[in-house]
Design a protein around this ligand. Structure first.
Ligand code: GLV
Ligand code: MN
Ligand code: MN
Length: 395
């Protein structure tokens, strides 16, 4: 296993340790929201893995954890890792695969190379609890202000600062300035990779917009159809318009989260709140798509006698990963494919600041953000081999 015991750990051994944590027996998916009990258990597991390897664990005051074989934050640090948190009933590979692979890859490195590597677990990558994805890496790099992050609230009203146990530290140029490169290994999340490992070229620009549809609460049994101001109708139309506009523009757009007030079978709602997730290959297409959906929602609200207000909650620009680095790594790995993705990643946030690369592990069905997400042990082991090789070339 780890250098201290002399027995190499296998992917299967480590995977089996975390597989039950936060798994919902009914859906088979994971409920690993940032700083909730299962995610805290995974953080304990991270510390235990570090301890088994005589690694030191540090944090950056933003909820991100780092493990070091030598002194923390050496000059020309190479960071590798991912995130533990999941979407509601998500798959087990999205995030944790990158952290498990990072420990296993560090095990393979000679001591001086391992001393250059920091294994990282970023906080709240999915935005599943506080709404803003990649919150830990955005804080670390200064992309989001700590005051704004501190005030984000979960569904129960708990603030991010409360969950973290402190006001977030925000940008850490003192630490980021020591980083020479970042490599995040991640399961591929479409049907785009037909060999065990690939390298990322780009992340589509994407974002989340909150749509508040307002109307008049009233009795479902007594209010004449002609007298209603029902925001559910405007919402329903907007869901269909989202799908149509995305198809027309060759983009991806989804309304998959909704809250209704008062959410009663026999009352017309006063508020329907829906979240638009929109992604496109380029910023112009994304902007046009969001504008088109917004226009359709506003036009329809005019016909329904309802109101609509649109609030961007997080917008991530297009990421083009360091092309020379991607080509170098793909070549060194034997000419593996270089491919873009529509999924967001902490590596995308880091890429605005330091040379960054991603390795993708094949996903045989392409399914992700679902209990059905899967990768084979053989492909995961190939991912560890590739990551160890890449880290070896970067250290
Ligand atoms: C993160 O997984 C995202 O792309 O939503
Ligand atoms: Mn995800
Ligand atoms: Mn992920």
């Amino acid at each position: 296993m780890e250098r201290s015991s002399g027995t190499p750990a296998s992917f299967r051994d480590l995977w089996a340790e975390i597989a039950p944590i936060g798994r919902d027996p009914a859906s088979g998916g994971y409920l690993r929201y940032a700083f909730t009990e299962p995610e805290l258990a995974l953080r304990d597991w991270f510390r235990a893995q570090a301890a088994r390897r005589d690694m030191t664990v540090t944090d950056d005051g933003n909820g991100n954890l780092f493990a070091w074989s030598g002194d923390p934050w050496p000059p020309d640090t190479v960071l590798t890792g991912s995130h533990f948190d999941s979407v509601p009933h998500g798959g087990g590979y999205d995030g944790p695969l990158g952290i498990v692979s990072a420990f296993l890859a560090v095990d393979r490195l000679p001591r001086d190379a391992a001393a250059k590597v920091g294994v990282v677990a970023f906080a709240e990558e999915e935005g599943g609890r506080f709404g803003v994805p990649c919150l830990g890496s955005r804080l670390f790099t200064g992309v989001i202000a700590p005051d704004r992050a501190a005030e984000l609230r979960d569904a129960a009203g708990v603030g991010f600062a409360e969950a973290l146990g402190a006001r977030p530290a925000g940008a850490r140029p003192d630490l980021l300035g020591r980083v020479a490169a970042v490599v995040e290994l991640h399961i591929e999340q479409g049907r785009n990779l037909d060999v065990p490992v690939g390298v990322a070229s780009a992340i589509w620009p994407h974002g989340r917009w909150r749509f508040d549809f307002t109307g008049d609460a009233d009795h479902a049994g007594t209010t004449r159809m002609a007298d209603r101001r029902d925001p559910m109708l405007t919402f329903a139309y907007t869901v269909l318009a989202t799908n149509k506009e995305a198809r027309l523009s060759g983009a991806h757009a989804t309304m998959a989260r909704v809250t209704v007030h008062p959410n009663a079978t026999n009352a017309i709602p006063s508020l329907v709140r829906g979240w638009l997730d929109a992604r496109a290959a380029d910023a112009a297409t994304l902007d046009a798509l969001v504008e088109a959906v917004t226009k359709r929602a506003v036009d329809r609200a005019g016909r329904d006698g309802t109101g609509v207000r649109v609030e961007p909650e997080s917008v991530s620009p297009e990421v083009a990963f360091d092309a020379r680095l991607a080509e170098r790594l793909a070549g060194a790995l034997g000419g593996v494919p270089i491919l873009p993705t529509g999924a967001g990643h902490d590596a995308g946030v880091l890429s605005g600041h330091v040379p960054t690369a991603m390795l993708f592990v094949r996903n045989p069905t392409g399914v992700s953000h679902s209990p059905a997400e899967h990768a084979t042990d053989a492909d995961c082991a190939a991912g560890v081999d590739a990551l160890a090789f890449v880290l070896g070339t970067l250290t």
